[in-house]
Design a protein around this ligand. Structure first.
Ligand SMILES: [Zn+2]
Length: 497
């Protein structure tokens, strides 16, 4: 507990710190004055104002992840990784940079581009669902350098654990462990002992400095980031990702044949490579497809099927886990591997009694591989909370969906999405309707037509306008399932319900 007296004494500093880091408002004092007060508070009273402000005002809050973009993933086998890189460069006639696709937890570091000062650290979750992340500034701010080059607005990092630091658990679980630590509210000692942050991607603003960085060599920019070493045990707290050219990789082929890579700053799990051009624009990722892991197959018997609604993940479908007689792979006990896809579950009759093997897909996800003997055919179909019991009729492509058009879970998901929008003009049909294998080009959709139809209770125009963009039967079946709920949600919004 911090004494009342101390809080009173540094009141002005606390207010300035909160204004700058939390509210993004003017502090009412010069940067140099702030820095001086901050140092005095630490010296005179052992009071660390930023820790206090982040703990008090930022802990557990959500923050918008602007800037951060997803990258396209291409699956390749580990053996053909270098060949894939070669043919990519040949096809496009350019040389790329490659860095490891670290297998950890993705974080965004936001900076004040005018000063280069770190402001906030936020988790980057599923960018399909929403761009909101949890603020982790209070936990990780001491990991990162106090200044970065000016003109950078955000940096993407991966929180990873050096596998050599895990004496008690299987190194293959480093990713799970990192995830757990990032999301925990306690465990301060473990966080400081185990985590390493690797920065691999930056986003610039449009200032002169920002534009200068945009034209600077990607590797040079990354190398200008300071590396931070723990004062307690000497492990790396923060470092820029190491970057290779194809030529360099070809002379060190060992790098592409493993999912655990030794770098100068530690040994980390990785599941492929990320590609950049020389200006630091991400071109996509090459991900190990998990081939060549025949030795990891373990045989077992299916006990039952467990269905999980994916609605809370922003999807409109159910996934299946297969409960099996437990097996041990890479030192981890596997009790409920994924079936892969629902269509595979049906096609291969993965039901109680089936004899199957379990593999690690992408080196990390336990999944059913081959089926040696079919099961009893009982899929143990789930019943949605809306009361609808699903069956084989409710398979859409490779997904199982609740077949009740006015499913309360679906309506809940849609309403939650609409509730997150600041402006109805930002409505994104990809996130609202969630129709698989359908990418809505927002510029083609005439929102005036849709909103007018909602206003006039004109379901026909609404449906027909949406349908006019669809080209396959699967897309149309999906629309038939969800349009009514979407109309109802928009209508409720219009009526202010
Ligand atoms: Zn339902």
């Amino acid at each position: 507990m911090i004494e009342e007296r101390v809080l009173e004494k540094w009141k002005v500093l606390i207010e300035a710190c909160k204004a700058y880091y939390i509210d993004s408002q003017p502090t009412g004092m010069l940067d140099s004055e702030f820095d001086e007060l901050e140092i005095r508070a630490a010296k005179e009273d052992g009071f660390y104002v930023r820790d206090y402000v982040f703990q008090t005002y930022a802990k557990g809050t959500r923050a918008q992840n602007s800037y951060i973009e997803k990258f396209k993933k291409i699956k390749v086998t580990d053996r053909s990784m270098l060949d894939t890189m070669k043919s990519l460069e040949m096809e496009n006639g350019v040389n790329y940079y490659y860095n490891l696709k670290y297998d950890g937890t993705s974080l965004a570091l936001y900076l004040d581009p005018k000063t280069g000062k770190p402001l906030r650290i936020v988790t980057v979750g599923n960018l399909n669902l929403s761009s909101q992340g949890i603020d982790q500034t209070w936990k990780l701010m001491n990991f990162v350098p106090s200044r970065f080059p000016k003109g950078i607005a955000a940096i993407q990092m991966e929180a990873v654990i050096d596998t050599t630091r895990l004496s008690e658990i299987d190194p293959q679980r480093a990713r799970q462990k990192a995830n757990g630590l990032i999301n925990s509210k306690y465990c301060d000692a473990e966080i400081n002992n185990l985590l390493t942050l690797r920065a691999y991607r930056y986003y610039c603003d449009d200032s002169i400095e920002g534009n200068k960085i945009k034209t600077t060599d990607y590797r040079e920019v990354l190398r200008s980031f300071q590396t931070i070493i723990s004062g307690v045990d000497g492990h790396v707290l923060f470092a820029p990702a190491e970057v290779w050219t194809l030529e360099e990789l070809l002379t060190r082929p060992g790098y592409t044949e493993t999912t655990m890579t030794v770098t100068r700053d530690g040994t980390f799990l990785n599941d492929g490579w990320v590609i950049y051009n020389d200006k630091g624009i991400c071109q996509g990722a090459l991900k190990f497809s998990g081939a060549g892991e025949e030795s990891e197959k373990v045989k077992t018997v299916v006990q039952s099927i467990q269905w999980n609604s994916q609605l809370s993940k922003g999807k409109d479908s159910w996934s299946a886990n297969v409960l099996i007689n437990p097996v041990i792979i890479n030192g981890c006990t596997v009790r409920k591997p994924s079936a892969g896809s629902v269509s595979k579950l049906i096609r291969m009759n993965i039901t109680p009694g089936a004899e199957v093997n379990v593999i690690l897909a992408n080196s990390t996800i336990p999944m059913i591989g081959d089926v040696y003997k079919e099961g009893n055919g009982d899929y143990q179909w789930p019943t949605c909370s809306c009361g609808y019991t699903m069956s084989g009729k409710d398979i859409f492509g490779s997904l199982l969906k609740c077949g009740n058009p006015l499913c309360s879970e679906r309506i809940g998901r849609m309403k939650a999405y609409l509730g997150e929008l600041l402006n109805i003009g930002d409505l994104d049909l990809n996130k609202f309707l969630v129709i698989d294998r359908m990418k809505w080009e927002m510029t083609n959709v005439d929102y005036t037509v849709l909103f007018k139809a909602v206003e006039n209770m004109d379901t026909e125009t609404y449906y027909n306008h949406l349908r006019s963009f669809l080209t396959t039967d699967l897309q149309r079946r999906n629309l038939d399932l969800v349009w009514e709920a979407s109309f109802k949600c928009l209508r409720d919004l219009y009526e202010g319900v």
